[in-house]
Ligand binder design. Structure first.
Ligand code: FAD
Length: 408
């Protein structure tokens, strides 16, 4: 195993700096690094591309960081089975490039694909508008190996889509932020690249109209690949993308226009350059900072969610936001007008969302805002179970301590 190097500010997580940094070149070295941390009882956290280290609270303490960037190989690709096995440090862009000659892809589209890694996508739930049809990493992972806090290698799932053997450990790791173990490899199910795609835009809709149109699409059994509603100062600009074979795509476009009713007046199919610009605008809405939040609301309560969004954005002048209205998930961000103002607005928005079963989590924020706003908000009803799981897999509480819900 290559010896760890001294940590520096650049290795820190939310201002908490490690003494040591391990950069394993593969699973065996990663295991040795975790065994060294267990032997010396070091508090350790994991870094992939580092694009989502802002999600969660600062660690309560940190002795070491393990960076997965050198573990970046495609270990196995079975095009006919549409599955791939990769090391956790491979970036999404590198993976997509390896799959392209087979006209296949991993159907995940978070921002920064050139930095986001397979392990980070799984452990931070990285997703984009394609989650509308293909789900999140949780739905695309079919197997994973990880190293427990005690340095023991464990794995769950398999290399075929239909695999029900044993505990569904890969899904347990989903969204765990590195609090349950170090993921070393991931098996993903893949999808074919679409032959055609078409985007329709319906600008200036009310949240009620968006909710209605989403319901009408479901009623009409339309299967959009991606649906996004971009905040436009209180109204929403709706984007709907269909993907697949030509006739199927055109058929769905026609059927959507048929059910769009009044929305049809302002909407229609975009030419490819306009479609690309519209999805880029959606992307920007997810990337503005330095304050960024992830929001959830049941799709049937989109009006409540959008009012809460308005409350938050009032403290983020020039801010932006986007909903995925079929999923009830959204992102909002911008530059705070003041630390107190944005912490209060986020608290109010969080309260409003909670009245309809929603929540707000902080994806990133300046320290003065974090000092006033917990990243997660009220603990979920599942906290006791989550604590028991943590105690099983990390009895000493040394993995990413304090980062997760309820201070896990
Ligand atoms: C401006 C901006 C906008 C963003 N917008 C979105 C968005 O719209 N949608 C979205 O989903 N994401 C968004 N992200 C986050 C990000 O792109 C994804 O979540 C990405 O998947 C994270 O991958 P990563 O490799 O960079 O993870 P990292 O940031 O390195 O890690 C993320 C978390 O996972 C843990 N982790 C990483 N690798 C491992 C491993 N091998 N084993 C165990 N734990 C591990 C880390 O400890 C950390 O807690 C945004 C990020 C930025 C900076």
């Amino acid at each position: 195993m290559s010896a760890p190097r001294p940590g520096s500010g650049a290795d820190g997580i939310l201002g908490v700096e490690p003494r040591l940094v391990f950069e394993p070149a593969g699973e065996a070295e990663a295991r040795e690094a975790m065994q060294a941390c267990a032997r010396d009882r070091l508090r350790v956290a994991f870094v992939g591309g580092g694009t989502d280290l802002g999600l969660g609270n600062p660690p309560s303490g940190l002795d070491a960081v393990i960076r997965t960037g050198r573990m970046a190989r495609v270990l196995e690709h079975a095009p006919h089975d549409q599955i791939v096995r990769v090391e956790a440090g491979i970036t999404l862009s590198a993976l997509q490039a390896a799959l392209l000659p087979h006209r296949q892809r991993l159907a995940l589209d978070p921002p920064f694909p050139a930095r986001a890694t397979a392990g980070g996508l799984l452990c931070a739930n990285g997703f984009g508008p394609l989650r509308t049809a293909r789900g999140s990493a949780r739905d695309l992972v079919i197997g994973a190996t990880f190293i427990r806090a005690d340095g023991v290698l464990a794995h769950g799932g398999g290399k075929v889509v239909k695999n029900v053997a044993g505990f569904d450990l890969p899904r347990l790791l989903f969204g765990s932020l590195g609090t349950l173990g170090l993921v070393t490899s991931v098996n993903f199910r893949l999808h074919p690249l679409p032959e055609e795609e078409a985007t329709l835009a319906f600008p200036g809709l009310s949240p009620a109209a968006v909710r209605g149109l989403v319901g009408d699409m479901r009623q009409a059994q339309l299967e959009p690949a991606a649906v996004a509603a971009i905040w436009a100062g209180g109204s929403l600009d709706l984007l709907v993308r269909f993907e697949g074979f030509g006739p199927g795509v055109s058929g769905q476009v026609e059927r959507l226009l048929a059910v769009a009713g009044k929305a049809r007046a302002s909407g229609g199919r975009l030419a490819p350059p306009q479609a690309a610009a519209a999805w880029a605008r959606q992307q920007t809405a997810r990337e503005v900072g330095p304050f960024r939040a992830r929001l959830a609301i049941p799709p049937a309560s989109l009006e409540v969610g959008t009012r809460a969004l308005g409350t938050l954005l009032a403290a983020l002048p020039g801010g932006a936001a986007v909903w995925y209205p079929t999923l009830g998930l959204g992102f909002a961000g911008g530059a705070p007008s003041g630390a107190e103002a944005v912490a209060t607005a986020a608290g109010d928005a969080r309260g409003a969302l909670a009245t309809s079963g929603g929540w707000l989590a902080v994806n990133d924020a300046p320290p003065e805002v974090r000092a006033r706003l917990d990243a997660w908000g009220p603990a979920p009803a599942t906290l006791a179970l989550q604590r028991r799981l943590k105690a099983q897999l990390d009895p000493e509480g040394r993995l990413a301590p304090g980062r997760f819900v309820g201070g896990i």
